[in-house]
Design a protein around this ligand. Structure first.
Ligand code: IMP
Length: 196
């Protein structure tokens, strides 16, 4: 079975991606690999940040690995917070402060459309491959629900009337950006397994 290190310290991301990947591939977390580092995300694109994260882990371990970077892109804010989603309200990552800032910046704006975008960088046998997933939706005016993480309590995906934070992980997976990017990763890995 193919084993991949997932270069993240975010347990929510691990749970979501493991629930999509199922048992077809073995996923090892940074913690399980004994790696305790917070990889910086200094770049202006999700792709560069994802690439840096997987390259850092690949350099440390020389093993197949992948990472992902996700941003919430809000149309009325010219794509903000985007690549800065984790630190929108300041250098300390704080989900509540980020939501508060987002809702404040959207006050009085009619257009509340937004999208989550995930970019996965996979390093497999020393070659890098990218996969992207997008989920379109809207930002509501008040938080709803307690599940998930990040901006989940204020984001309703198109085709639903619930926020991500009001959904089970399985329900979120029906819509999510991460799910869509992971599906492409799975397709690629299946194809790769067949041809190698
Ligand atoms: P990063 O990919 O860890 O840099 O994620 C950036 C930030 O985007 C996170 O800290 C969260 O605030 C937010 N985020 C990423 N994925 C999701 C999601 O699936 N739901 C809600 N917020 C998310």
């Amino acid at each position: 079975m193919l084993t991949l290190i997932f270069a993240t310290n975010n347990q929510h991301k691990v749970d979501e991606i493991k629930s999509v990947l199922g048992n077809s591939f073995e996923i090892i977390t940074l913690q399980e690999a004994g790696i305790d580092i917070d990889i910086p995300e200094p770049y202006d694109t999700l792709q560069e940040n994802a690439s840096t994260k997987s390259a850092t882990i690949h350099t440390l371990t020389n093993k197949n690995c992948f990472s992902e970077d996700t941003g919430l892109e809000v149309d009325a804010l010219n794509g903000e917070p985007g690549v800065k989603s984790a630190r929108y309200a300041g250098d300390v990552k704080n989900f509540q402060a980020n939501i508060d800032k987002l809702l404040l910046n959207l006050e009085g704006k009619e257009n509340r459309t937004a999208q989550f975008r995930t970019v996965i960088s996979l390093i497999l046998n020393n070659e890098e491959h990218f996969f992207e997933g997008v989920c379109k939706g809207k930002i509501i005016t008040e938080q709803k629900g307690l599940s998930g993480f990040g901006y989940d309590p204020v984001f309703i995906p198109d085709g639903s009337n619930k926020t991500f934070a009001e959904m089970t992980m399985e329900e979120k997976n029906e819509f999510s950006h991460r799910r869509k990017a992971t599906d492409k990763l799975i397709e690629f890995l299946k194809e790769y397994n067949i041809t190698n």
